[in-house]
Design a protein around this ligand. Structure first.
Ligand code: PXP
Length: 235
């Protein structure tokens, strides 16, 4: 199973002071040196953390896989076509949310998602869609032409102990359905050093996207150690 590290929070610290440091590009390179197989950033409409210059510079320096999360808008897909990341992950976006709230409803946004997927794939960019663990969303993702889905593990991560096993099972069943449909299966959101184990044991999941927990640990023990420790748990 591969690990892609989401470095948005490095940019969040920079923007807390509108300063030059810490530099997200440096963090991406350290994460790669520690063994991460991909770097993920979310280019939000309000540019509250990652900026256009960050994705442009990351494109030039990343040696592994650059994944940009974005809304399925013309503005965002236009940037992707210009910057050419290895992968775009389409996500829903609400202006005042603290972080992404749930998966993209592909059924309800079929026209916009279909147009975004076609535009990105025509430019040679792989497209993943961040969806809730719901088999109807898996089917719709395949129908709109996605290469991959990222299953939202937030429900599992936030579940009380009494319902955690059921939420994990939803993730497992969706991952199996996506794999059977020929989609590459990724997963992420809310994963930590303490809840990663059961998700890491789902063999149909090929890649995990993890941000907050790794950067939080990095602030105390250093980024290289934080990435290595997560990779050991993923196996
Ligand atoms: N996947 C998606 C689609 C996300 O939006 C995020 C948060 O930016 C993550 C994964 C990573 O979540 P976390 O920061 O909770 O690890």
């Amino acid at each position: 199973m591969r690990l892609a590290v989401n470095i948005d929070h490095i940019a969040t610290i920079r923007e807390a002071r509108k300063a030059r440091e810490p530099e997200p590009i440096a963090a991406a390179l350290v994460a790669e040196l520690a063994g991460a197989q991909g770097i993920t950033v979310h280019l939000r409409g309000d540019r509250r953390h990652i900026k256009d210059r960050d994705v442009e510079l990351l494109r030039q320096v990343i040696a592994t896989k650059l994944n940009i999360e974005m809304a399925a808008t013309e503005e965002m897909t236009g940037i992707a076509v210009r910057v050419r990341p290895d992968q775009v992950t389409l996500v829903p976006e609400q202006p005042h949310e603290i972080t992404t709230q749930g998966g993209l409803d592909v059924l309800a946004n079929r026209a916009a998602v279909t147009a975004a997927v076609a535009r990105l794939r025509d430019a040679g960019i792989r497209v993943s869609i961040f969806i809730d663990p719901d088999e109807a969303q898996v089917t719709a993702s395949r129908e709109v032409g996605a290469d991959a889905v990222e299953i939202n593990t937030g429900g599992y991560a936030d579940a009380p102990p009494s319902s955690r096993a059921a939420r994990l099972d939803e993730v497992r069943r969706s991952a199996e359905a996506a794999s059977a449909a020929g989609l590459e299966v990724l997963a992420g959101h809310g994963l930590t050093y303490f809840n990663i184990g059961p998700v890491a044991s789902i063999r149909t999941i090929e890649e995990l996207n993890i941000g907050h927990s790794i950067i939080a640990r990095a602030s105390l023990v250093g980024l290289e150690r934080a990435v290595r420790e997560m990779m050991e748990l993923i196996g």
